[in-house]
Design a protein around this ligand. Structure first.
Ligand SMILES: [Zn+2]
Length: 656
């Protein structure tokens, strides 16, 4: 038994390593899942799992609090420079100090400065026994269950001595984009996403963010001597730790600077955030000679790229009305330079956010910007004394209607004739992922409402050349182009139309899922909550948004008007014959004979069903073959119908 368990654990770990660390998958996701299920089954039989079992990574019960953790070795913070002169001055000082001590000239190691959260891992007897945040460098917070969910970090290593390894945890930008495509509350930036995930008491939340880690330092080690940075990184790699692809060594500080400039140039092409570069003296003996001040080691320096965080003063707050009537506070700031741009405005998210961040008029606040994201106010600086509180609006600043508090947001209750709402709805309706009306910008939407007095989206389809004449920027050519673009938009894909009408909480992807599932607009409009909840990724909030949206008589009228004007959404796939699988969510697990699992899943989709990867209350049917494990068990637990492969094919035989 032990042997079987060992072999299967090793196999799954090896595949996971190929996937997460080496980025070179050796099998399909389906095959991996099948092996993973087999391992779960075997562990259940055995009544235990090995210490390095990948099944331990899925995230256990939420913690009630983080406990303090004392690091074995101190985690230094680094001194920072931002200019070439300061960097060169540091290099000269290092070289002078070494020369004075009679040491030979030394190489520098240059690495990325990942913008994430620093963690400290403790290994003992080859096992990961503790994991903590950096904290103040001496004491951090214990977050081992959270850290264990990071697939690229080894749970066991060959080296048996006691050791601490430091790394920077981060979220890949591509992972963040995937996450946000499905999330109702998108995450603002990768750094906060990673830090928030690790400092979340619930390891399941951490697991759901698919974090990565780059290890860069052995802070403490017993039973082995490492002599320089290159040897240390090689040792970390050999032990199975994820290490950044980029480390370069230079013999002069000028060459280091040139490489920093080059790195800053390719910063935007990386799949992760870096906020600077770290330069270290390569040789450990030289580091000993240089020593440290009471705050920083003298042998390392962070070169920070152009500031992404600064402070400024909130001069005023105004409220802007979006297409759902949501009022978003906009902070007007004392102009400040950040990332090479002058920032005058920033978002404050919502009323509750203002309260939480304790911001008032005249507050000095931290401001952060990463990439092209809208600058965000992080909070008031410590000890801030605002001059006046920010007033909670009682009336819509655009139309004067009564304002309502729903959840954390404020809403204008006048969806009929509040102008900014109409402008925003029009612009959204015409946008690329929606009706894709070329040449129709937010500015055009504004002209339609302000100058032509539009009160409903459907009026777009009644536009004549005469009405457009005389609008600024509209010559004969532009009028012709716009009118033909509007005409051409009359047969949108159903998913695009569902997205275009702007149901709260329904993004482009969910809209496509809805279109595929229901086939027609009418079917979606009539769908009861239960039917909506059948769809993967549609939870209660989204389902209720959809239902409330279509039940609103004003909205129903607006949608009807569009249809009356000849807008005719097209089903994305040809309407299918009814099959026994129409509208069903099916999970296939275990080994299949007649076709492989991927082919069966494709068949399910062709027959109007949805193939899902995991069993939940939304699953209609589980097709189980030999070796089916936890999914089968879950299906039985939830009393979901289960059939074998033969029964499945007998059922669908007529339809294939
Ligand atoms: Zn209003």
């Amino acid at each position: 038994m032990e042997e079987k368990l060992r072999a299967l654990t090793d196999r799954v770990n090896q595949l996971a390593r190929a996937y997460y660390v080496e980025d070179a998958p050796q099998v399909s996701d389906g095959e991996y899942d099948a092996l993973f299920d087999q391992l779960l089954e075997l562990e259940k039989e055995a009544g235990y799992s090995l210490p390095d079992s990948p099944t331990r990574r899925v995230g256990g019960e939420p913690l009630t609090a983080f406990l303090p953790h004392t690091h074995l070795g101190r985690l230094w913070s680094l001194d920072k420079v931002r200019t070439k002169d300061d960097l060169l001055a540091w290099g000269e000082r290092v070289e002078r100090l070494l020369a004075a001590a009679g040491a030979p000239k030394q190489d520098y190691a240059l690495e990325y400065k990942f913008d994430g959260l620093t963690i400290n891992l403790t290994y003992e007897n080859g096992r990961l026994v503790a994991g903590a945040t950096r904290g103040n460098g001496v004491v951090g917070e214990a977050i081992l269950p959270q850290i264990m969910t990071i697939r690229s970090l080894p749970l066991t290593i060959p080296f048996a001595g006691k050791m601490e390894v430091q790394g920077e945890c981060y979220m890949r930008l591509s992972v963040l984009a995937d996450f946000n495509a499905k999330a109702t509350e998108p995450l603002k930036n990768a750094r906060n996403a990673a830090a928030g995930a690790l400092r979340n008491l619930d390891p399941q939340v951490t697991a759901s963010r698919h974090l990565d880690c780059a290890c860069y330092n052995v802070g403490y080690i017993e039973g082995k001597t490492l002599t320089d940075q290159a040897e240390m990184l090689a040792f970390l790699r050999e032990q199975g730790f994820p290490v950044s692809d980029y480390t370069e060594y230079f013999s002069s500080i000028q060459a280091v600077y040139d490489a920093i400039v080059a790195a800053e140039g390719r910063r935007e092409t990386l799949d992760f955030l870096i906020d600077g570069m770290v330069v270290k003296v390569r040789d450990f003996q030289a580091r000993q000679i240089l020593g440290s001040t009471d705050r920083f080691p003298r042998w390392a320096m962070a070169f920070k790229f152009a500031a992404e965080e600064t402070t400024t003063v909130v001069e005023d707050v105004t409220w802007e009305v979006g297409r759902t009537g949501k009022l978003t506070p906009r902070a007007h700031l004392e102009p400040v330079e950040l990332c090479g741009a002058t920032i005058r405005h920033a978002t404050l998210n919502n009323w509750d956010d203002i309260q939480r961040k304790r911001i008032g008029i005249g507050s000095r606040v931290f401001l952060r910007r990463s990439g092209d994201v809208i600058p965000e106010i992080l909070g008031a600086v410590p000890g801030d004394q605002p001059q006046a509180p920010i007033q909670k609006p009682e009336h819509c600043p655009a139309c004067g209607a009564h304002v309502e508090h729903r959840g954390v947001h404020l809403f204008c209750t006048n969806s009929l004739s509040c102008r900014p709402q109409i402008v925003a709805r029009l612009a959204h309706f015409a946008s690329r992922e929606a009706m894709d009306i070329e040449g129709f910008s937010e500015k055009t939407a504004n002209q339609m409402v302000e100058e032509l007095g539009f009160s409903a989206i459907a009026e777009l389809y009644t536009l004549t050349p005469q009405r457009l004449e005389g609008l600024s920027g509209f010559g004969p050519k532009r009028i012709e182009n716009l009118l033909s673009a509007i005409q051409n938009s009359k047969t949108p894909a159903l998913g695009a139309f569902i997205f275009a009408i702007g149901i709260p909480n329904v993004g482009a992807k969910t809209a496509r899922d809805l279109a595929r599932h229901f086939g027609t607009l009418e079917a979606l409009r009539q769908a009861p909550l239960d039917a909506l909840l059948q769809i993967q990724d549609v939870g209660e909030v989204v389902a209720m948004s959809i239902r409330d949206f279509f039940q609103d008589p004003f909205i129903a009228g607006q949608v009807d008007k569009l249809l009356e004007e000849g807008v005719s959404p097209q089903a994305e796939t040809k309407p299918q014959r009814q099959s026994p699988l129409t509208g069903k969510t099916v999970v296939v697990t275990g080994t299949m004979e007649r076709m492989d699992r991927k082919q069966i899943e494709a068949l399910i989709e062709t027959l109007g069903g949805k193939a899902a990867g995991s069993v939940s209350k939304k699953t209609s049917l589980v097709v189980a073959g030999p070796g089916a494990g936890s999914k089968l068990e879950k299906a039985r637990e939830l009393q979901i119908p289960v059939m074998d492969e033969a029964a499945f094919f007998a059922m669908v035989e007529e339809d294939i």
